[in-house]
Design a protein around this ligand. Structure first.
Ligand code: 13P
Length: 339
C-alpha cells in the first residue's frame, strides 16, 4: 500500500493483526539488557542484536513498524550492508525513530521527571525524514506515589509532548505520543485509573491547543494496572475493563490507533490484556487497539540469544512467537493455550 499521507502512515501502523516493535533502547538501556545475559555492550554487539530482530523471517506479517534509536537508524544489515531504514522499508516495515533525549529530574518537584529534547528538534526531524523515518516517538514519564504526580509535572510533560507532536507533523512525520505512567509503586488499579485519566485529559488538551491533528498520530499509553508492589493485583478482566473505560473518556475517536507499551508486564499479561480489550470492544472500536512493545516482545528472544551466534535462529523463533500472539491479540483471537 502506498503511504502518502500521515493518516495513511498512522493507519498502517495499527492495521489489524499488526503492531510496533519498540527496539529503540538507548545505549544505556540496551546495556542493562545485555548485562542480564553477560554480554558487553559494544557497537558491534548492539548491531548484531538489532540485525537478529529485524532479519527474522516473516516478522513483517506481524510487525507494522520498528522504532529505532539514533545509532541503529544509521547502522546497516549484516547481510547486504543496507541501512536499516531502507532494509525495513524493503520488507514492508515502516521505519521509526526515537527523538526524545530521555526523562530527567524536573526541578522543583519531589522525584518527578521531564522529558528533554525539544531544542534543535525541528532540524533533527528534518534530517530523519530525509533518511527515511515515517514516524517518531517521544516518551514522557509520570510517577505515582503518596505525593505524586503533581499538576506541574503533568502539565509540563503534556506541553512538551504536544510541542514534539506538532513539530513531527510539520516535518511529515507521524508522532507516537507516549505518556507513560510507571507501574513502580504500591498504588492500586483505581489510583492508576485516576492518574491515567487526568494525564490523558491534559495531553489531549495540549495537543488540541497546539494544533496537532488527531488523525495523524498514534497514542502509546500504559494500560490501567495495579502497581508492581500493590498487594492486590487486578485480574485480566479488571485491567481490560478499566483501561477501556478510561480511554473512552479521554481519547478522541479521530485518533486512528492506540498502541500500548508493555511497561514491565510479563509477556503473557501484555498479550492477554490487549486480547481481552479487543474482545470486549469487538466491532465498537473508536480506535484500533494494538501494541508497541519493547520488553514484552524482546525479553524471551534476548534470553534465547545470549549473545551467541549459534542461538540466532532460536532467538528469532522466540521473537516471532511473541509477535504472532500479540498479532492475534489485536483482533481478540489469542488464547492462553497458544502459549
Ligand atoms: P516497553 O514495552 O518495554 O515498556 O517499551 C516500550 C517503549 O518504547 C518504552 O518507551
Amino acid at each position: 500500500m502506498e503511504l502518502t499521507t500521515l493518516n495513511d502512515v498512522a493507519n498502517a501502523m495499527v492495521a489489524d493483526g499488526k503492531g510496533i516493535l519498540a527496539a529503540d533502547e538507548s545505549t544505556g538501556t540496551i546495556g542493562k539488557r545485555f548485562d542480564q545475559i553477560d554480554l558487553e555492550s559494544t557497537v558491534e554487539n548492539r548491531n548484531a542484536y538489532r540485525n537478529l530482530l529485524f532479519s527474522a523471517n516473516d516478522i513483517e506479517n506481524y510487525i507494522s513498524g520498528v522504532i529505532m534509536y539514533d545509532e541503529t537508524f544509521r547502522q546497516s544489515s549484516l547481510d547486504g550492508n543496507v541501512l536499516y531504514p531502507q532494509y525495513l522499508s524493503d520488507k514492508g516495515i515502516i521505519p521509526g525513530i526515537k527523538v526524545d533525549m530521555g526523562a530527567h529530574n524536573l526541578s522543583g518537584t519531589e522525584g518527578e521527571k521531564i522529558t528533554e529534547g525539544l531544542d534543535g528538534l525541528n532540524q533533527r526531524l528534518n534530517e530523519y525524514r530525509k533518511l527515511g523515518a515515517r514516524f517518531a516517538k517521544w516518551r514522557a514519564v509520570i510517577v505515582i506515589s503518596e505525593e505524586n504526580p503533581s499538576g506541574y509535572a503533568i502539565a509540563t510533560n503534556a506541553h512538551a509532548l504536544a510541542r514534539y507532536a506538532s513539530l513531527c507533523q510539520s516535518n511529515d512525520i507521524v508522532p507516537i505520543v507516549e505518556p507513560e505512567i510507571l507501574m513502580d509503586g504500591t498504588h492500586d488499579i483505581d489510583d492508576s485509573f485516576v492518574v491515567t485519566e487526568e494525564v490523558l485529559h491534559s495531553v489531549f488538551f495540549e495537543l488540541y491547543s497546539q494544533g496537532v491533528h488527531f488523525e495523524e498520530m498514534v497514542l502509546k499509553p500504559n494500560m490501567v494496572l495495579s502497581g508492581y508492589e500493590c498487594s492486590s493485583q487486578a485480574s485480566v478482566d479488571e485491567v481490560a475493563n478499566a483501561t477501556i473505560e478510561c480511554f473512552m473518556r479521554t481519547v478522541p475517536a479521530a485518533v486512528p490507533g492506540i498502541a500500548f507499551l508493555s511497561g514491565g508486564q510479563s509477556d503473557q499479561h501484555a498479550t492477554a490484556h490487549l486480547n481481552r480489550m479487543n474482545q470486549l470492544l469487538e466491532n465498537n472500536k473508536p480506535w484500533k487497539l494494538s501494541f508497541s512493545y519493547g520488553r514484552a516482545l524482546q525479553q524471551s528472544a534476548i534470553k534465547a540469544w545470549g549473545g551467541s551466534e549459534q542461538n540466532i535462529v532460536n532467538a528469532q523463533g522466540a521473537l516471532l512467537h511473541r509477535a504472532k500472539l500479540n498479532s492475534l491479540a489485536t483482533t481478540g483471537d489469542y488464547s492462553e493455550d497458544m502459549e
